[in-house]
Design a protein around this ligand. Sequence first.
Ligand code: FES
Length: 341
Amino acid sequence: MIPPDLYGRRRRDPFWVAVSALFGARQRVRYLRPPAVREIRPVDRTMDLVVLEVRPRADGVVSLRLGAPDGRVLPSWQPGCHLDVLLPAGTRQYSLCGDPADRRAYRIAVRRLHGLSAEMHALCEGDVIRVRGPRNAFPFLRGDRYLFIAGGIGITPILPMVTAAERLRADWRLIYCGRGRDSMPFLDELAGERVRIRTDDEHGVPDCGDLLGDPEPGTAVYCCGPAPMIDGVRAAFGSRADATLHYERFAPAPVADGRPFRIELRRSGRVLEVPADRSALDVIKDELPAVAYSCRQGFCGTCRTRVLEGEVERRSPSDGDDGAMLICVSRAADGRLALDL
Ligand code: FES
């Protein structure tokens, strides 16, 4: 409401009339103007980190603490996050297994398995490596009751989840399996009656149905480990609706219902046959070992490749129809594809 003028007269004060007119015009102009289109730029989360510490954790397993060369604070992360480590020979993902509250260092653990992990094991304190992330493909959701099932190096994403569950004062249990105690990292950080350590040499190969048991309604089951363990837990979990199952694979799932197809690599002039039980990436890798890939499960996007011809059968929700495809999971819909490789 416009107030009376300075002398208390009941007519509209010319000063306030002018201010209202100006303000009203500005509002009108604002609403008439089309909304500004903000340019969305992809965030580059690539950074160089220095190895602060290398520590043996079990037979064939070392942990690495990584920090910024200038000691600055690192991007935050949540339990379940991983880093892509970009090495000359390729990219690999490693779960963050330290404390998210420590903003000066990330901790990862590496089991020596293949060429890239050997490169990781050769790192020394002071070496600098390039990483991308952190990214989360295995989110930990707040809840009241958890069952964690970890196999071997699969303990890495589970470790910060256990800490988070403890901080939430949730009702949690962990079953940690491995071949033998010598091969199981971070046993020294896991103790108490909520933790059950189960080794093949003491108890035999586990039955996944026994590991899962009959979780109470409302339990969130988090499982990470070798593919047979995950497949077994998934099969035992079935379609029950009173609990939830979350899992992360370290190895890609076998190809299901695949049909053979042919791929033409236009840049390198090769034609390859992809059998029903292999991915395009696996076949291409045999010919072009430097082809980019990381998760091999269709979620990181590293292997996205331009499609020059042919129809794609998309096998991942992350594989958008943008003239490219994730060659680690998606396949040809009509028997043939031409790729920009
Ligand atoms: S390698 Fe990650 S999406 Fe294909």
